[in-house]
Each structure stands twice: as structure tokens, then as C-alpha cells.
Design a binder for this molecule. Sequence first.
Ligand SMILES: NC(=O)c1ccc[n+]([C@@H]2O[C@H](COP(=O)([O-])OP(=O)(O)OC[C@H]3O[C@@H](n4cnc5c(N)ncnc54)[C@H](O)[C@@H]3O)[C@@H](O)[C@H]2O)c1
Length: 346
Amino acid sequence: MTMTLDPRHSGAGTGQAVRRVGIIGTGIMGADHARLLTGAVSGAAVAGVFDLDAERSAGVAAASGDARVFADPYALITDDGIDAVLVASSDATHEDYVLACLAVGKPVLCEKPLAPTVDGCARILEAEQRHGSRLVTVGFMRRFDPGYTDLRQLLAEGAIGAPLMVHHVHRNPAAVPGLPSSALITNSAVHELDIIRWLLAEEIVEVAVHAPRPSGQAGGTQDPQLLILRTASGVLSDVEIFVNARYGYEVRCELVGETGTVTLDAPPPTLLRRSGVAARDFPGDWRPRFAEAYRRELQDWIDGTGGGATAWDGFAATFVAQACVAALESGERHSVSLPRTPELYS
Ligand SMILES: NC(=O)c1ccc[n+]([C@@H]2O[C@H](COP(=O)([O-])OP(=O)(O)OC[C@H]3O[C@@H](n4cnc5c(N)ncnc54)[C@H](O)[C@@H]3O)[C@@H](O)[C@H]2O)c1
């Protein structure tokens, strides 16, 4: 996908065209994206912001130079001073905003999930196909993480032979009390669902979700969970998702091939040795761990390089996530039969 920069807008003193981004939703992710777009991504400026919480949007606008605070999100989307839109509001609001961007033909980077329901994702796919070219990018930023891109490259080069299994660990220190058990899949493991499709370049065709004794720290949520996913060629992936692991944020992945394995640990570079112990710090959440991935994701989007996840990838992730939720609730294995990939995405 190519997103053409509007030549009318020039970066001050640099002669470089600037993409004027409007951000909808300025909570944790929206504020972080605004910070990166302002200070770490070239060719971008935060030109407008909207959040239901006006104080939050005013704070992010002030930190982003001369960004305008909009009182209406649809006015931001249609405004002539906004070239592209980043949607980082809560999950249930994504569909309406993405459809509004498609209606006026503006590129949109939508945080995951594209929409929480398969029907919502399908409506976006239909609208984008009616438009006729790809405008939607979904924020599956792990595709830009140097560790994951190395894994994919090594696999493609044949460094470990044909893949057989993939082990994933995804842990957070603590979740909000009362989190629905399905959210471990739709909010957290959905990253692994996307990474499996992207790493192996094939679809997930069967899912099962195992529910061990829940942690006493989880306040009634089924936490942890173990997902078992089979792709079309028979590769098995297991995903441990544990959102009250207490000690810190950690993501690991190991690819097992016919002639070797490759492991993604991504530990912090600093190792403290003292009192008979060697210790590393864990980040408190995903932002420091994936800081470079977010920066590369945004730069790719601004440059129009098209390396990000498409609306079809967003649809597929929600489709598989819903099958996993059904498998969690039934305790049974579920087969997954995605519709044929539309031509726009093949
Ligand atoms: N890619 C990732 O790694 C990643 C990580 C965390 C969250 N997310 C996704 O990013 C999105 C935001 O998550 P967050 O952690 O920043 O949450 P958050 O609660 O910190 O922020 C959400 C913001 O959306 C605003 N909001 C709610 N309804 C709105 C509406 N109708 N219009 C405009 N603004 C509205 C809220 O006031 C809040 O400021 C979610 O969709 C989440 O799933 C992605």
C-alpha cells in the first residue's frame, strides 16, 4: 500500500512533506503514539486530537506542539487539515471511526482489535473493498519488533528447516479486577494469533483453550490460559497467557524446526551480578518492551511503506479470537474456517 504524502504540507525548514495526523483516543496508547509521532518519527505532525475526556486530549495536544483539540471526532476525520487518522480509543469505538475514515478516503491506523466482533470487521472489509484500495492498517506492532522480524527472517532463510511447533509466553504483572476471561484472548493473546499467521504465513485452522486452576490473584478471572492452535500445514503453537503474573511484563517465543530452534527472549541488555545472583529488570508493561516496534510501525505508516497488518489481518485475528473464546467456554476443540481472502488483500 502506498500512502501519498500531500506535497502542500512542508516540514518547517526541512523541505520534507509532513503528514498531519489526527488522533482519536488519547489514553495510554494515544498519548504514547502522539509522543512518538512528535519526537521520534520523521515526516509526521500531530495536527488534531479528540478524546471523550477533554482534559486528556488537551494535555496530549499541549505536549504535541500546536495540535488542535476537536470537540467532535467526525469533524476531526473530515477536517482538511488532517491527512490521516490514528484510532486509539477503546475497542468498541474502532469500527465507527474506521468506517468514517473510509467514507472520506483517509488512511487510518487503528489500534488492535480492528473491531471486537467478526461482523464489525466484515463491515470494514466491505467498505474498504468498495473504496477499492487499502487505507486501513491495524496496530499489530509486533510485526515491526526487531526480535520477531529476525525470527521470521531466519525461518524464511531455512536456518531451522521446516517449522514444527511454536511456543509463546505472554505475561503481564496485573490486570484490572473483574476482567472478563475472554479478554485474555481478545485483548492479549490476539497479538500471538496475529504473529502466528505472520510468522508461518498460513492460517490457523483449529483451536483449543485449556483452563488451569486460576491464580488466587486473578479475582475470578480465568487466568492463566493455555491456547493450542494448529495451522493449515499442521504446525502446533501453544500460547501461555497470564495477566496476573506479578513479577513484570514478559513476552517470549521459540520456533522449533526440523533442524534447529530459534528463541526470542529480548531481555534488557543490563545484567546485575551481586550477592551470588545475576538479575535483569523486567518492564512494567508493553510500552518499553515494544518501544522500537511502535516507532517502526508509525514510521512505516507515515512513509506509506505498507508493512503493517491489513484490514484482512485484523478480520482474521478477530475471527480466530472468537473461535478461541468459544473453545474456552465449551472446553472443546473448535475448527476455524476463514472465508477466502478477498482479492484486495491477496
Ligand atoms: N498495540 C498494543 O500493543 C496495544 C496495547 C494496549 C492497548 N491497545 C489498544 O489501544 C486502544 C486504547 O487502549 P489504551 O490502553 O490506550 O486505553 P485507555 O483506556 O488508556 O485509553 C482509551 C481512551 O479512549 C477514550 N475514549 C473512550 N471512548 C471514546 C470515544 N467514543 N471516542 C474517543 N475517545 C474515546 C477514553 O477516554 C480514553 O482516553 C484499545 O483499543 C486497546 O485494545 C493496543
